[in-house]
Ligand binder design. Structure first.
Ligand SMILES: [Zn+2]
Length: 98
């Protein structure tokens, strides 16, 4: 069974340590995720999409609609589910805020 996080990480040429640092999680978390024992709290797909951005030194930006709404928390709660841009931005914010 191949692990998608491991595939993405190796494609980026990152060690588990480097990936953990970028995602602001412990090395044990990355190790567990790659062994498929735990799901990342932000969701697998978000982590998989976030890692290449972070490795490239980019910061995920919320979409124009969220900016227009002034990042209203009630709006975002409804909105992020259907918006990949905002989902990434929120995941990034929660990972750096940890
Ligand atoms: Zn959005």
């Amino acid at each position: 069974m191949t692990n998608r996080l491991r595939t993405v990480r190796e494609k980026l040429g990152l060690s588990q340590e480097a990936a953990a640092r970028l995602l602001n999680v412990s090395l044990q978390s990355v190790n567990r995720w790659e062994r498929g024992k735990f799901e990342p709290t932000t969701g697998n797909d978000t982590v998989l999409a976030l890692l290449p951005l972070l490795a490239a030194g980019q910061v995920p930006k919320p979409c124009a609609t969220a900016k227009r709404e002034g990042f209203d928390i009630a709006f975002l709660a409804r909105h992020v589910r259907g918006c990949p841009d905002c989902r990434l931005a929120v995941a990034y914010l929660t990972s750096v805020a940890k």
